[in-house]
Design a protein around this ligand. Structure first.
Ligand code: PMP
Length: 445
């Protein structure tokens, strides 16, 4: 096995830059539960869960066993032409678990991005309308459709246009900062005003197929919505026959202390995208929607040779079983509440902790220059990330300055306390001016 520096250099030479958002050079050798071990044997507490794709923890016995058993029976046969039992079982299970009191159908893909593409297709097909509304700061993925829905990074959009036509973006109803540079969050009416203006002046609402939204905007900075916004949005959409789709790829699968994050709110989306933790880290995404919407595209409008891979299906069934049997969703709620309460002390203690927000084990810590201006302090956030890495805690920042706290739901109380202590000590060091000298140039979003 090569040493860390040698592997890092070879990666740099051959792996294209566009495929990574660089932080620190952690080369992981193996991972169990909430612990990562690098190739030099050093251990880290994982507060990132591989971008929320390891909610049931790394290499859990049940998922590993399901993968091994299925692999020895059949690695793959494409659902485009044939059938297999894990697929039927998983389809039924997901339709049962996904929120919404209506008949549902599901379709599988390989990664969250393609599920968001599918949402564009299904909503256009069902409504016969061309336009889609999405939100600024949203990240929905890296395929052409999902990039077109996203509005988070110029580098994602530079040099590759034209993107998909017919996508409009409105401000996310951020509960901490407001629209257009305002330090105070806006009201529901204010947040809906840009959409209403569109509908009055340049976007006929009866030509809009769908609004796609995250309940908590993940990569956009773990933003919580102002209370009541989704309910008001749903009302407006219903008036105009516009579908609502939720991207639950990052916030779903128990992450927020509910099976789906939609259950925290009082609205009923027509389509939902799942991914990331769905198959315990195996490649898989899903769109679950109203039966009549999912029947609006005919064969073969949305299929993938490698979709609904039996190994991924078996892993997903084991993952869903683990969430249920090990009560991981409830545990996420309890541990999340504990962690958030602990973190709220940081707001009093440190001028640079502007906000702690989120649900369950999906928490954002907003690092600011000062509480008044709420100006983002990306450099300070990166210093914290780098120092934590040195001390054996893996955490990154989204939206430049928001620490992303999303450990596997199986994190032990001991690990949680240790990580929280290290974070506190790191913030004390930052306050005392002891965290200079990190090479943060080029790191982060
Ligand atoms: N939607 C959301 C909300 C996400 O957080 C992500 C990934 N960060 C995606 C979609 C894209 O998923 P994937 O990278 O699996 O294509």
């Amino acid at each position: 096995m090569g040493n860390a520096q040698e592997i890092f250099n070879r990666d740099h030479k051959y792996f294209a830059e566009a495929g990574r958002i660089p932080y620190y050079p952690l080369i992981i050798d193996y991972a169990h539960g909430a612990t990562l071990t690098d190739i030099d044997g050093k251990e880290y507490i994982d507060l990132l869960s591989s971008a929320s794709s390891q909610n049931v923890g790394h290499t859990p016995e049940k998922v590993v066993k399901a993968i091994q058993e299925q692999t020895s029976k059949m690695i793959h046969y494409t659902p485009a032409y044939m059938y297999h039992e894990p697929l039927a079982n998983l389809s039924e299970k997901l339709c049962e678990l996904s929120p919404g009191k209506f008949n549902k159908k599901v379709l599988f893909g390989l990664t969250g991005s393609d599920a968001c593409d599918g949402i564009i297709k299904f909503s256009r097909a069902y409504t016969g309308r061309p336009y889609i509304i999405s939100f600024t700061n949203a990240y929905h993925g890296s395929t052409f459709g999902s990039i077109s829905l996203s509005a988070i990074s110029l580098n994602m959009r530079k040099k590759i246009g034209p993107l998909l036509p017919g996508v409009y973006h409105i401000p996310f109803p951020d509960n901490y900062r407001g629209m257009y540079g305002s330090t105070e969050s806006n009201t529901i009416d204010e947040y809906l005003a840009p959409l209403k203006e569109m509908f009055e002046k340049y976007l006929p609402p009866d030509e809009v197929a769908c609004v796609i939204v995250e309940t908590i905007q993940g990569d956009g900075g773990l933003l919580e919505p102002v209370e009541g916004y989704f309910e008001a949005l749903e009302k407006l959409c219903k008036e105009h026959g516009i579908l609502i789709a939720v991207d639950d790829i990052q916030q779903g699968m128990g992450r927020t202390g509910k099976w789906s994050s939609i259950e925290h709110f009082n609205f009923e989306p027509d389509l939902v995208a799942y991914g990331k933790s769905l198959a315990g880290g195996m490649p898989m995404s899903a769109i679950v929607g109203r039966e009549e919407i999912m029947d609006s595209l005919a064969s073969p409008a949305h299929l993938f040779t490698m979709g609904a891979n039996p190994v991924s299906c078996a892993a997903a069934l084991a993952t869903l079983e683990m969430l249920e049997e090990d009560k991981l969703v409830d545990k996420a709620a309890v541990k999340g509440k504990y962690a958030k309460k602990y973190m709220e002390n940081w707001i009093d203690k440190f001028e640079f902790v502007g906000d702690v927000r989120g649900l369950g084990l999906s928490i954002g810590i907003d690092i600011v220059k000062d509480k008044q201006s709420k100006e983002r302090d990306n450099l300070a956030a990166l210093k914290i990330c780098n120092r934590c890495y040195e001390r054996g805690v893996v955490i990154i920042a989204v939206a430049g300055n928001v620490l992303r706290f999303q450990p596997p739901l199986v994190i032990t109380d001991k690990e949680l306390d240790k990580a929280l202590n290290i974070l506190t000590e790191t913030m004390e060091e930052l306050r005392d001016g002891k965290l200079d000298g990190y090479q943060v140039e080029g790191q982060g979003w």
